[in-house]
Design a protein around this ligand. Structure first.
Ligand SMILES: [Zn+2]
Length: 360
């Protein structure tokens, strides 16, 4: 559920979230990877590794060898094996109804069932019907893992900010769809052998200050390629002689933290061999890095470092087979894929950086 912040499940009165809170497992939050934007977070949940390893640094980014990436359906940009590819290689059928990176084969490995191209006009009702149809297939055809993207509150929260009534309305709607899915699985009598995990990719916070990175470079007459996300920007200089000048120019803005590539701590998972700029610029909310002036700027945003912004934390809930009703501490996005494999009694590959979450 896109953009659903950690504090939302508790707001549910009679929907799917209140059902799972009473009958299933709820984690305090799901801590996203950094930068906490939709593409890196989805891919980290699917691969069990951080963005410096899977390479999807943001929804769009620049690679010194491959060039520019922007919301691409081409799975080979992902540099670590997604869970569906890992399972399909073992002959286990999987399905996705929209998940970043699952539209195309990954290094020649196809998904048995997937829906593409991505469209945000497909309703949750349509996805639920397809999920039930997949679950109703004969044993030999039925996928053992189904992953699906739902709208969550992301789009309304970007547009109106977290305190707007439309966010509460959208949450209530999604909460209702979740209950509908739970009830339909119940009607098929599948809970004895099925586990439902509900996650979000990031949270959301209100912002108010926009910093135009490209304009700063232009005014200083510095030529560079840029990968600009809301919280992290990478500057790839045309001429390395501009390094100290560019650092000084950005340091004049007190809302920016400016680092050369060699100065960035590995614990941030922002240093990739070909996708990290010569200079990396970081900012905190309520600031947002942008590449152009907008007449209609967002009010809600995410992407910030979850280590110092609790609003970035998302959700993790589970219900069904092998789930003991309980409340657990914070869990991490890189733990999602290992946890799924553990539920399926399949070995967790050593390349995964997360660990299985104890669910029972
Ligand atoms: Zn998102």
């Amino acid at each position: 559920m896109d953009g659903l912040r950690h504090d939302y499940p508790a707001k549910s009165k009679s929907g799917g979230f209140s059902f799972i809170s009473s009958n299933g497992l709820v984690a305090e939050s799901l801590v996203p990877v950094y930068q906490s934007t939709t593409f890196p977070t989805h891919v980290s949940m699917a691969t069990g590794v951080y963005p410096d390893k899977h390479g999807i640094m943001h929804n769009s980014f620049y690679d010194r060898e491959k060039g520019s990436y922007s919301y691409s359906p081409e799975a080979n940009w992902i540099q670590s094996k997604p869970i569906w590819a890992y399972l399909e290689e073992k002959g286990i059928k999987t399905a996705t109804y929209f998940w970043v990176g699952s539209e195309t084969a990954w290094n020649g490995i196809n998904i048995t069932y997937n829906k593409f191209p991505f469209s945000n006009s497909v309703s949750e009702e349509t996805k639920i019907q397809q999920i039930i149809d997949w679950l109703s297939l004969p044993d030999t055809e039925r996928p053992r893992l189904i992953m699906t993207w739902w709208h969550g509150i992301d789009s309304v929260a970007h547009k109106h900010g977290m305190n707007h009534i439309s966010v509460a309305k959208k949450f209530a709607e999604q909460d209702g769809h979740l209950l509908d899915l739970i009830n339909k699985i119940e009607a098929e009598d599948l809970w004895k052998k099925l586990t439902l995990i509900v996650v979000s990719d990031h949270g959301m916070t209100d912002i108010s200050n926009f910093i135009n990175v490209k304009e700063i470079l232009k005014k200083a007459d510095i030529q560079a390629k840029t990968s600009i996300g809301p919280a992290v920007a990478h500057i790839f200089l045309e001429d390395q002689k501009d390094l100290s000048k560019a650092i000084k120019v950005f340091q004049r803005n007190k809302f920016l933290e400016v680092k050369s590539k060699v100065e960035i701590s590995n614990t941030l998972h922002l240093v990739h061999p070909t996708r990290t700029g010569d200079i990396v610029i970081l900012t905190k909310s309520p600031n947002m890095l942008v590449s152009r002036k907008s007449n209609n700027p967002p009010i809600g945003m995410h992407g910030y470092n979850p280590e110092n912004n609790k609003d970035m934390e998302g959700i993790f809930l589970a219900y069904g087979n092998k789930i003991k009703p309980s409340q657990i501490n914070k869990v991490k996005q890189v733990d999602v894929a290992p946890t799924i494999l553990s539920l399926m009694n399949i070995d967790i590959p050593t390349y995964m950086e997360g660990k299985k979450i104890e669910l029972n």
